[in-house]
Design a protein around this ligand. Structure first.
Ligand SMILES: [Zn+2]
Length: 90
């Protein structure tokens, strides 16, 4: 039985490995941190499950601070959630 291997990444919130296509990329550029639904933005990337539960978890545990080794302001997390919800309504 041949199994096609999908690239996987670890979600920064639940720390589980997931198929890349089930994850949303988060990019840290020099100026801000934002969701990258295209997966093609420049910058340092982290991945989170395409699941609001993981977004909530990420906010609660301040997972971005860990992922990007910096102090991420609360407003960034709020915006992330907003964008996540908006992106999933498209
Ligand atoms: Zn997750």
């Amino acid at each position: 039985m041949s199994e096609k291997k999908q690239p996987t990444r670890t979600c920064i919130a639940c720390r589980k490995q997931n198929d890349k296509r089930n994850l949303v990329r988060i990019v840290k550029s020099e100026t801000d941190i934002r969701l990258d639904f295209s997966g093609r933005m420049n910058g340092r990337g982290a991945y989170i499950c395409n699941d609001i539960a993981c977004v909530e978890k990420c906010i609660k545990s301040k997972a971005l601070n860990r992922a990007f080794s910096c102090n991420v302001e609360a407003g960034v997390y709020d915006k992330l959630k907003e964008d996540f919800l908006a992106g999933n309504n498209q």
